[in-house]
Design a protein. Structure first.
Length: 586
């Protein structure tokens, strides 16, 4: 017997949920949970019929905020909140959606069920299996993930497509669906376009709105990393995930607790096949990749081997990130060449790293002085006999006024230190890094090398310049097959004295600081500079160990990068809005 009509129940929370039941009343219960923005009809009818024909009683619900289930009354998160992964305080989460599912089982009198979910539905199924293990006979998680920000993230090309304004008509909705399906769907098993067109039109009629989808995104983000919770799953589990999924990266399916429960984890072909990848074209031949290094890098192994015994140069080592880098490198066994214009701070850093057992060579250095940097590079190479890594970290603040208000001297000094200091350090040490056979250039840019801010034109110009210079250098090292890696670092709000140092320098010259500028600096330090410098240093050295060309330090830097990439026209307006909310309208 089959009943394909919509049914409804009201949960204890007062939500009216829609569901359908197919198959014999005495069949084996099977619950199918749909994904983000998908209603119960997203499970193909032939699949449902195959299950019912095999004796299953198939239950398919519309999740809250989709299809014919109720919409939650809270406002949806805006694009900025979604991009920053900061859900609203009143957002529901996956646990709430799992409770909806449990209430449905109670309503139907089902004590134990075979559970399958795709995408967000897989996350709901995981949560139900972890929190109510006695209710789940088996679990099938299809192209889903754990909630960890390190795995399962969509490709940038997918995010760009999803970030478009919502469809306003049924025809536009169908066109959007077909375009997204062409992007994320299988090339081996092409979809039935006529069937997909009919299905997408039916979803529009059943009820799909952008606010509901946004709230579901908020639920995923509000649930955070669920990896630890997944250890509580006891049901036999199958993980199904495409090896080239651009919507949910395969790492989301492969990631599992350290002590996994019983079950299989199936991803199709092995993630690391031996030999060349199979091709869909019979005449395919692997293409040569001349940019790959022909020689191995000795630091491809453990993190400690990356710096142990190597000579690392750190400029601006007297405080902040520079001091953190010196300490972190010392703990990992590096030999250090440290410099700064602040000799007192430099001496304190040297004492700290020497207490950790590291060798430290120190020198006062103004990185804006090209001749001094060249002489310093020669002296370091002569002292140690080799140089492996250079961290061009020295920098100053630069700003406080608009382009019209900023004096030429501010541009001259800021760019001389923040941009040309990096250029000087790179060019002076690069021959020594190449000669080492295992070099690495690490240039410190900023969040403001990704995103511009008002009243920081000199600083942004220099930091964007560092990014462009470093990325150019990397292409040259690859093209020339030089044994030198290149990384650009974009720290977000790290707790350093760079902002107050500018004010202190002005006071030392007898310059009176306006009260609004003092208030702005205080707010900046208290509300934005959150991450301790040692933590930032650890992230940077970890990124160097992993050979990352771009190292983002902090969620604020990651979010800024994402917003600028996804919303290039909107991001300046968002920046201005953020500034006004933080500092008040100028």
């Amino acid at each position: 017997m089959s009943d394909t009509g919509d049914r409804f129940l009201t949960t204890p929370a007062g939500l009216r949920l829609c569901y359908r039941v197919d198959g014999p009343a005495d069949g084996v219960p099977l619950l199918l949970i749909a994904g983000l923005g998908l209603d119960l009809t997203s499970w193909p009818r032939p699949m449902v019929d195959a299950f019912t024909g095999s004796g299953f009683r198939v239950v398919r619900p519309d999740n809250r905020d989709i299809g014919r289930s109720d919409r939650v009354g809270t406002p949806p998160p805006g694009l900025l909140r979604q991009a920053l992964a900061r859900p609203r305080p009143d957002a529901y989460d996956l646990a709430d959606m799992a409770e909806d599912t449990r209430h449905l089982l109670d309503h139907l009198g089902i004590e134990r069920v075979h559970l399958a979910g795709m995408s967000m539905g897989g996350m709901i199924a995981q949560t139900l299996a972890a929190r109510h293990p006695h209710r789940v006979a088996t679990l099938t998680s299809i192209f889903s993930t754990t909630g960890s920000r390190k795995v399962g993230q969509p490709a940038l090309s997918t995010l760009v497509r999803m970030a478009k304004r919502p469809a306003r008509t049924p025809e536009e909705s169908v066109t959007r669906h077909l375009a997204l399906l062409a992007h994320i769907g299988s090339r081996v098993f092409p979809p039935d376009e006529a069937g997909e067109r009919a299905w997408a039109g039916g979803v529009w009629e059943r009820g799909r709105d952008a606010a509901g989808v946004a709230r579901q995104i908020g639920a995923i983000q509000a649930s955070g990393d669920r990896t630890a919770e997944l250890r509580r799953i006891t049901a036999p589990t199958v993980v199904v995930h495409g090896t080239r999924d651009p919507m949910v990266h395969p790492s989301g399916g492969r990631r599992r607790p350290r002590r996994p429960a019983r079950g299989d984890h199936r991803h199709g072909p092995p993630s690391r096949p031996r030999g060349p990848r199979p091709s869909r074209r019979p005449d395919h031949r692997p293409r040569p990749r001349p940019w790959r290094r022909r020689h191995p890098h000795p630091d491809r192994g453990s993190r400690m081997s990356t710096v142990t015994g190597k000579v690392a140069v750190v400029t601006g080592a007297g405080s902040g990130i520079g001091r953190g880098l010196a300490a972190e490198l010392a703990r990992r066994g590096a030999r250090l060449a440290l410099s700064d214009v602040d000799e007192t701070g430099l001496a304190e850093t040297a004492a700290q790293v020497e207490s950790l057992g590291a060798e430290a060579h120190t020198a006062r250095l103004d990185v804006s002085d090209r001749a001094a940097v060249e002489s310093y590079a020669t002296a370091v190479a002569e002292h140690f006999g080799v140089v492996h890594q250079v961290y061009n970290n020295a920098g100053i603040g630069g700003g406080g006024g608009t382009v019209l208000e900023t004096d030429w001297s501010v541009y001259d000094r800021t760019i001389a230190v923040n941009l040309f200091g990096v250029v000087h350090g790179t060019k002076a040490f690069l021959p020594h890094l190449i000669a080492s056979g295992d070099g690495h250039v690490v240039n410190i840019s900023s969040l403001n090398g990704i995103m511009a801010q008002p009243t920081l034109s000199a600083y942004c110009a220099a930091k964007f310049g560092v990014r462009g210079f470093t990325e150019t250098l990397r292409t040259e090292m690859l093209a020339g097959r030089h044994p030198v890696r290149v990384s650009v670092v974009h720290p977000g709000g790290v707790r350093t004295n760079i902002a107050t140092a500018v004010l202190d320098a002005a006071r030392s010259q007898g310059i009176e600081i306006p009260a609004p500028q003092l208030a702005r600096a205080r707010t900046y330090n208290e509300k934005l500079l959150k991450m301790p410098a040692p933590q930032a240093a650890t992230i940077i050295v970890d990124g160097v160990a992993a050979g990352r060309p771009r190292i983002m330090v902090g969620r604020d830097a990651q979010a800024a990068d994402l917003v600028v990439r996804l919303f290039p026209r909107l991001s300046p307006k968002l920046t201005v809005l953020f500034e006004r909310r933080l500092f008040g309208k100028a």
